[in-house]
Design a protein around this ligand. Structure first.
Ligand code: G6P
Ligand code: MN
Length: 445
């Protein structure tokens, strides 16, 4: 089985390869093709993978190429994990927004819109090529903003593209643990958009255990989301929001804390990862050691950099190491071997949320088998959540329209309609600011 990884020179690729090395079962991936635009990054990551595979006789064979069509041809699975504009682009996304007094974050608010506008045209080009060169392949989209990018690709690939995120499963696991339940036994009633969803229930043996958590102040205050959102607010909501909803519910505090921070998350990661790729220029460098050291530094700063406002604790490392790559591998196995499982994924709505149309990509528990991911029926969202979901989906649709038409006016509309952008004039200046710094936005006329 051939797996192609787009963004193959990316820093997280060794996590994926590590997960593949742990898969001993029949029908596993035997060939990995890494694709990246940057040959130097490709060679750095290839060296890390070679050291990971040392001593494992049947490790998946790894090749690397900068030719996209060659990488895609004959692929059974494609992991799309690109970052258009690199971490420098992410740092610009953050900075331009913060200078306007609005949230500058990778996937939420102004930063997420800028990132989406840059990424959608590239993702659409990839989707078209996959449809032509590997029409039977399944595309697993890691690329952020994952919901929006998955929807853009689904217009060309239908249900053969599935978006993933590690945050819902991490949240479900934390809730299960704090309730003393086995996360593998729990059914998580979660729905929304990517980075914009709520856990409304957690059923163990047919019983909803979430009311027990909401009723117990000590228990509720003891875990990450309890600290992040505060016990009283969680009780008011009657649900546990995805951690990214902190940017909505505590927007002012988040913006101020980000403005006060010495470096944005993107700028921090850019410098940190540059050191890794720099070190890999030395032919005698220990690739795996260098990568592992950088990864440990990144994990140590995770919560401190990201959520300083709430004084939340450490992100438990299990959520990082059990993150994206585990979800991706579980999804790939379920499809490739018809091993039925349930995963929270980004797929087309069909009739799941009646307030959205059938083509809207949402994040929801899905039954997965050889025929793909099928969203399960869920209870409707409460009105306040429906309001946010519809507003943000409307913004995503404007981003998709702007990417398709190249219209600057439509791009302004996307920013202006976002609930976290409080003036049309701010939206206009954001478009000016972003087009000035991003070569990937030159298409906006
Ligand atoms: C979580 C989200 C991802 C996001 C990442 C950012 O894992 O689910 O979508 O990309 O955090 O992490 P970073 O270390 O790059 O700030
Ligand atoms: Mn995510």
């Amino acid at each position: 089985m051939k797996l192609t990884i787009l963004g193959g020179g990316g820093f997280r690729v060794p996590l994926v390869y590590g997960a593949l090395l742990g898969d001993r079962a029949e029908g596993r991936v035997t060939r990995v093709v890494l694709h990246d635009l940057d040959a130097e990054r490709l060679s750095a990551v290839t060296r890390v993978l070679a050291e990971q595979a040392a001593g494992i006789p049947d490790a998946p064979r790894v090749t690397a190429t900068t030719d996209l069509d060659e990488a895609l041809t004959g692929a059974d699975f494609v992991f799309s994990a690109i970052r258009v504009g690199g971490l420098e682009g992410r740092a610009h996304d953050e900075r331009v927004a913060l200078a306007e007094g609005v949230l500058g974050q990778e996937t939420v608010g102004a930063g997420g819109i800028a990132y989406g506008l840059r990424t959608v045209p590239v993702a659409v080009d990839i989707a078209r090529r996959v449809a032509r060169l590997a029409p039977d392949a399944w595309v697993i989209n890691f690329t952020n903003p994952a919901g929006l990018v998955t929807e853009a690709m689904s217009r060309h690939l239908g249900d053969r593209v599935i978006g993933i995120c590690d945050s819902p499963v991490g949240l479900g696991r934390r809730i299960a643990r704090v309730l003393g339940a086995d996360p593998r036994e729990a059914w998580i009633d979660y729905v929304g958009l990517n980075h914009l969803g709520w856990v409304r229930g957690l059923r163990v043996a047919g019983r909803d255990e979430l009311p027990r958590l909401l009723a117990d102040r000590d228990l509720l205050g003891s875990f990450e989301e309890g600290k992040l959102f505060g016990v009283d607010w969680l009780r008011s909501l009657g649900a546990i929001p995805n951690e990214y909803l902190h940017y909505y519910y505590f927007n002012r505090e988040a913006v101020r804390a980000y403005q006060a921070a010495e470096k944005t998350r993107g700028a921090f990661l850019k410098d940190q990862q540059a050191r890794f790729y720099e070190e890999m220029r030395r032919p005698d460098a220990h690739a795996l050691q260098a990568w592992d050291r950088t990864r440990a530094e990144r994990e140590a700063t995770y919560m401190a950099e990201n959520r300083e406002t709430a004084g939340a604790g450490e992100r438990d490392t299990d959520d990082l190491s059990g993150g994206y790559e585990k979800v991706a591998l579980a999804l790939m196995r379920a499809i490739a071997r018809d091993e039925r499982t349930t995963l929270i994924l980004n797929v087309r709505n069909r009739a799941t949320l009646s307030v959205l149309d059938t083509e809207a990509v949402i994040e929801v528990p899905c039954l997965v088998d050889a025929n793909g991911a099928h969203p399960v029926a869920v209870a409707p969202l409460p009105d306040h959540a429906t309001g946010l979901v519809c507003a943000v989906k409307a913004v995503e649709r404007e981003v998709l329209a702007a990417a398709e038409s190249g219209s600057r006016t439509t791009a302004v509309k996307a920013f202006a309609l976002h609930p976290l952008i409080d003036s049309v004039n701010v939206a206009r200046r954001l478009v000016e600011g972003y087009t000035a710094v991003h070569p990937g936005l030159e298409y906006l006329k």
